[in-house]
Structure formats: C-alpha cells, structure tokens
Design a protein around this ligand. Sequence first.
Ligand code: NAP
Length: 269
Amino acid sequence: MNAEKKRVAVVTGASGGIGEALAKELGRRGWLVTLAARREEELRRVAAEMPSKTAVVVADVTRRADVERIREETLRVFGHVDAWINNAGRGIAKPTLELTDDDVDEMITVNVKSALYGMQAIIPYFQAQDAGHLVNVSSFLGRVPLASIRSAYSAAKAALNSLTANLRMDLAATHPAVHVSLVMPGIVSTSFAKNVRGGAPPPGAVTPAGPPPALPNAPAGAMTPQTAEEVASQIADLLDTPTAELYTNPAHPEIARAFASNPGSLKGG
Ligand SMILES: NC(=O)c1ccc[n+]([C@@H]2O[C@H](COP(=O)([O-])OP(=O)(O)OC[C@H]3O[C@@H](n4cnc5c(N)ncnc54)[C@H](OP(=O)(O)O)[C@@H]3O)[C@@H](O)[C@H]2O)c1
C-alpha cells in the first residue's frame, strides 16, 4: 500500500508516556505518524522504535507557530492528515490557595491553549476535506476534580473539556464527518507525576496516585493505575470507532454520574 492510502496521525507529546505508546500502537496498526514534542533526542528514539514511517517535528505546543509547523510538516511528508491527537500536557502539585499567577498561566497555556492551537490548525483542513478526527487528551480530573493538589490542572482540563464539547457541537451542525473526541484518563503509569510543575508532591499529600479519600463509596478499581499501552490501545480503538467521550478507567463513568448529581460530595484528605 502506498503512503497516500495509509492513514496519517499527528500525536503531540510523543516523546514519552501516553503519546509514545499511542504513536507505537498506531504504527503497529498501519498508521503513518507525526511525532511532535520538545525533546528531539527522545523523539528520535521513539522514531527509531516505530514500526511504520514517521515524521519528527520538534515543537513547543504552547507556541501557535510551532503547532502550525506540525501541520505543515505532516502535509509535506505524508500529503494528508486523518487524525490529530492533542496529547501534550502537564500537571501541577499545588492546592488552590497557593497558586500563583504564573502557575495558572502555565496550566492554561500547556493544557488549553496548546490544544486550541491544534484545533485551529487542523480543523479548517478537516472541514475542507470533509473528514478527519480530532482527539483531545484531557483527564478524569477535568470532569471530577477529586485531587485538590492538582487544582489548576483540573481547572485547565475542565476548560479543555468545554472547548472540545463546543467544537463538537459546531461541527456536528456543518461537518458531521469530522469527529471530535475527548479522552479522560485516570491514573496512568508514566512520568506525568514526576514532570508536574512544582515537582512531585510531598509525602502524605493527597495525590491522584494516593488513597482515595475524596471518593467515599468509590467503585473498585477507581484509583487503579493503567499502563500507557492500555490507554494507547483504547485511543487507537477510538480512532477506528469515533465516540464523543472516553473514560479510560471503566469505574469512572459511575463516579462522574455521582459527582454530577451531588458535586458537594467530594471530601478533602
Ligand atoms: N499520566 C497520567 O496519570 C494522566 C492522567 C490523566 C491525563 N493525562 C494526560 O495525558 C497526556 C499525556 O501525559 P503523560 O502521562 O504521557 O505525561 P508525560 O509522561 O509527562 O508526557 C508528557 C508529554 O507531553 C510533552 N509536552 C509537555 N509539554 C510540552 C510542550 N510545551 N510542547 C510539546 N510537548 C510537550 C512531553 O514532551 P517534551 O517534554 O519532549 O516536550 C511528553 O512527551 C497529558 O495531556 C496528561 O495531562 C495523564
């Protein structure tokens, strides 16, 4: 099969964690993949391990021009784009009352504006070809803010959830063949917790990886970590069968419903 017939995906944050696992899973499924992130050495490592042809774009997704360059480079190398996964993101380890302006600005920039740049870069192209799939990787914390140490991260992902829903509404009216999906992982075993702004939280802090004091009566498995490979496989399946939203942890839809019906039920640790 020639390159023109193969599906092409852009994965941001592909230098590690979920993005790396997703790129490799898509490669195994026959996709051609653009790997984008800031660390060139890690991107080259992933590219060398990919089972399919890749394009490597060193880019900081907090810069609009970099995100537009990801699109241009993908079109130059592969000729078309079928899916764009806004996966790059970063957490924080600070409760609400300790947040600085810079903390909030970075959480919004890296988790919301980065994805907005991606949406604005690729959706007009998808509209023009009347096909395509945009995936925003959010977090379960964007739906249920059960870890107060992640405060501004949860708020940023909640904003991303809203932008994703509004984009989906707009496209459903005019371009029903352009799909928009929201993915909300729970705890995933990657370097995410180590990479959070402010560093890993102090021992004893309430973290997503800690005990679930915010979730009285939580279903079994609610705080069970998933592997990046497991989540990557779920996202790859989503690209084959587009759905609006994906909770990667099967216990989470029930918690989201309980939270929506009684938001005051979350308890601090
Ligand atoms: N792990 C979890 O428990 C968890 C749970 C829910 C949601 N998520 C979400 O899943 C996504 C992936 O997280 P992960 O667990 O794979 O974390 P990770 O291991 O820390 O990987 C983050 C990825 O994002 C990239 N990135 C960060 N800032 C960037 C920037 N400004 N420009 C370009 N790339 C950037 C990093 O690459 P460079 O450093 O090379 O730029 C890296 O490839 C994030 O959106 C995260 O919020 C993770």
